[in-house]
Design a protein around this ligand. Structure first.
Ligand SMILES: O=P(O)(O)O[C@@H]1C[C@H](O)[C@@H](CO)O1
Length: 320
């Protein structure tokens, strides 16, 4: 078991000096985010999963809030509770079960995170997106990242699906990144480019699939932005995001995509629009986002989300 700060809950252990910022102690060397999970630790976790499941997955899925059913459709599933995986964080958010499910879907070897890690839970971004590196060392080539998000684009309705074709990295604007700190070139380059992060072929295939499913009028292609949360946005923040060209806002995904692109994975991501973000001042309670509504909408739309993901994986399988 690793004894580093990376391995337990975000508050650190009793007696763990690194958890206490003592300005008088010159022996404490701050650990950069990128050093929290060294390559060897990620390799150990990946080996544990590959050996334990007997599967080398090709596709990794991250289930958004209330979208855990994306992992329930996996066949011949081997389930790993996060707390039983060495050096893995725990899920603390309702709607994020905290299980890794490995098996097959449409004939492809897949692994799915039923529960992701968010910045607002107290985890540094590198810890939130550490499982993406685990996926990479397990053999994953394609990341499917899903999330629940608020629709800022006035054309979006609750229950619509926005295929992400770009993002605005607000936490990055503020100087935070999962890649902050020394770079390990075994994962990827020091300065990764992020144009074309969202695989165009997969977006086009998903649009075709939505036509076959008869849901093309509920599909959009747009820009997502992640804020730190856990507060939902103010009206002024929503107006600012809209001016920046953001179509949907959430609290995840961007740092996972950065980590995936850094290690050269192909990325497909979508937002389920669980609430409309009104940019008008109003006293109506209905206009306030809440997690219960987010979960309820996700539950209602899980069938369509599962079908979209399954059909897209079937397409990838056909091409390989
Ligand atoms: O994990 P995702 O991004 O799907 O979850 C969203 C953002 C917050 O965690 C939560 C707010 O309702 O849903």
């Amino acid at each position: 078991m690793c004894s580093r700060d990376c391995c337990s809950n975000p508050r650190g252990k009793a007696g763990d000096k690194s958890a206490i910022n003592d300005p008088a102690d010159s022996t404490i060397v701050p650990t950069a985010q990128s050093q929290l999970y060294p390559y060897e630790v990620i390799q150990e976790i990946a080996d544990f999963i590959v050996k334990g499941s007997g599967i080398r997955p090709k596709i990794g899925i991250i289930c958004g809030s209330g979208l855990g059913s994306l992992a329930d459709i996996i066949q011949d599933a081997k389930v790993f509770e996060y707390e039983k995986i060495p050096n893995f964080p725990v899920s603390t958010v309702e709607g994020h079960a905290g299980r890794l499910v490995v098996g097959t879907l449409e004939g492809a070897n897949v692994m799915a995170m039923q529960g992701r890690f968010h910045f607002y839970e107290g985890y540094p971004l590198a810890k939130c997106s550490m499982p993406v590196r685990v996926m990479k060392l397990c053999g994953v080539e394609y990341l499917f990242a899903t999330n629940a998000a608020g629709g800022i684009n006035p054309k979006y309705a609750v229950g619509d699906i926005m295929l992400m074709h770009d993002h605005v990295n607000m936490l990055g604007f503020a100087g935070n990144s999962p890649l902050q700190g020394p770079n390990d070139p075994r994962f990827g380059p020091r300065f990764p480019a992020l144009v074309n992060s969202y695989n165009r072929d997969l977006i086009n295939k998903a649009i075709e699939i939505s036509k076959i499913m008869g849901i093309e009028s509920n599909i959009h292609v747009g820009v997502y932005s992640c804020l730190g949360g856990p507060t939902y946005e103010t009206i002024a923040e929503l107006k600012a995001l809209r001016m920046m060209g953001v179509d949907a806002v959430g609290m995840s995904t961007v740092h996972e995509v950065i980590t995936a692109r850094h290690c050269d994975m192909k990325v497909f991501a979508f937002s389920l629009i669980t609430n409309k973000c009104s940019i008008e001042y109003s006293d109506k309670k209905d206009d306030e986002a809440n997690h219960e509504e987010v979960m309820a909408v996700a539950k209602n739309r899980q069938k369509a989300c599962c079908e979209l993901v399954s059909r897209l994986i079937a397409e990838i399988q056909k091409g390989s």
